[in-house]
Design a protein around this ligand. Sequence first.
Ligand code: ATP
Length: 301
Amino acid sequence: MIQITMPLGFLGTVYREIRQALVDMGEMFDLLHQPAEIQDAPDAKPIKVTGGEIRFENVDFAYYPDRPILKGVTLPVGAGQKVALVGPSGSGKSTIGRLLFRFYEVTGGAITIDGQDLRAVTQESLHEAIGVVPQDTVLFNDTIRYNIAYGKAEATQEEIEAAAKKAKIHDFVMSLPEGYETQVGERGLKLSGGEKQRVGIARTLLKDPPILLLDEATSALDTQTERDIQESLDAMERGRTVIVIAHRLSTIVDADRIVVLEQGVITEEGTHEELLARGGRYAGMWAVQKAEEEAEAEAAE
Ligand code: ATP
């Protein structure tokens, strides 16, 4: 994976880095050609998150005018619910995440959080309310303490350790000769995919946002590591509103609702059981993944 520090130098703020983490590398250079930054409305107010209910109401979106990406997407996510987005590559799943952060402006319809239109609130407060656990956690060339506390500079050592314990990375950190002062990143200790993801989870726990956006890794982790991490993810998700951009369906069977997106349109939604019973697109995707997993398991024997 390309280290993200260098090309991001020009971008500046942390949220652009997160946006970066949500786009794939092939698209990264498109960011250079982006239109002017989105500005806060003159009378923008800090968002007040009460329950964390998210609503996409008839949302249209296009990166370029002649190429619509999302078409009339209506997606309500109740406070404390977990909704998973699935669908083929390029169907618009990550775009929904980027719009929730207001990295781009919807071209039609509206997105609200607890009834407040995203265009009416300050971006700073919006970004504080949403935690992102991206596919590939960005590590800075600094200490592991800095990397966990990133986004909450005033965090105390106790808070950092509590978050690291919940993310199950504390024992690993303590096993390093310099503990939390160990340098990581490009010029320091290279962390494994699982360790990096735990740093990401600890970072999010420390930030304690009411809303979570999980951009699930495609295949970065082995099955055992993934199972271990799932526990930390479950703990993090409790009591928050969660949108998961899912690639492996096995991790989202417990979601309150699964939404299938195809070419920017919601084509199916329901629980895992409902969608399997329906025998449609999701059921087909599930059958394919099961067959692939079984083939992998056989090959591993
Ligand atoms: P994947 O599962 O492969 O991550 P996805 O469902 O998340 O795919 P998106 O990243 O939302 O898909 O992309 C939806 C469409 O928008 C794709 O056709 C993509 O090429 C296009 N797209 C994404 N980002 C940009 C951008 N910055 N500028 C222009 N087009 C973009």
